[in-house]
Design a protein around this ligand. Structure first.
Ligand code: IDP
Length: 151
């Protein structure tokens, strides 16, 4: 099953959006297999955003993502990387369609509420940066089924 790393960034936590964002992914039908609130270390942040290390906004980005607690989550589901990115909307909220998370909640690129892995390979790399294997549920557990369904 495909996995992804989704993270409510410090602005989303500060704006009390954790519940609403979790709800969107739960209602879509994805399966939550790990979650925690934590603050990124500088090392974790620099590794997470390594592909941007030569960009002019890198310092600002690392400062922002380490500025307060985040809510990191590991989710799984068919095509979850592409589907969750579609639900998040474009990086720049000006380009993000209404109905997407960034389209609905974000005002600028620096403060765009949520992170989601851009490929299954990035997801593996990001998950291992933030979670130990024992922090994640393994195997499938019933999801989206009536509570009395026997599986
Ligand atoms: P993504 O988060 O949609 O995958 P990326 O291009 O990977 O977008 O950029 C990572 C993060 O870096 C963005 O979510 C945003 O917070 C930040 N970022 C990207 N471009 C800029 C910029 O031009 N100015 C400030 N921050 C930026």
């Amino acid at each position: 099953m495909e996995k992804t790393y989704l993270m409510v960034k410090p602005d989303g936590v500060q704006r009390h959006l954790i519940g609403k964002l979790v709800q969107r992914f739960e209602e879509k039908g994805f399966q939550l297999i790990g979650a925690k609130m934590f603050r990124l270390t500088r090392e974790q942040a620099e590794y997470h955003y390594e592909e941007h290390k030569d960009k002019p906004f890198f310092g600002e980005l690392v400062a922002f993502i380490t500025s307060g607690p985040v809510f990191g989550m590991v989710w799984q589901g068919d095509n979850i990387v592409a589907l969750s990115r579609a639900m998040m909307g474009k990086t720049n909220p000006l380009d993000a369609a209404p109905g997407t998370i960034r389209g609905d909640y974000a005002l600028n690129t620096g403060n765009n509420i949520i992170h989601g892995s851009d490929s299954p390979q990035s997801a593996d790399r990001e998950i291992s940066n933030f979670f130990r294997p024992e922090e994640l549920m393994t195997g499938d557990y019933p999801v989206g089924l009536p509570l009395n369904t026997v599986t």
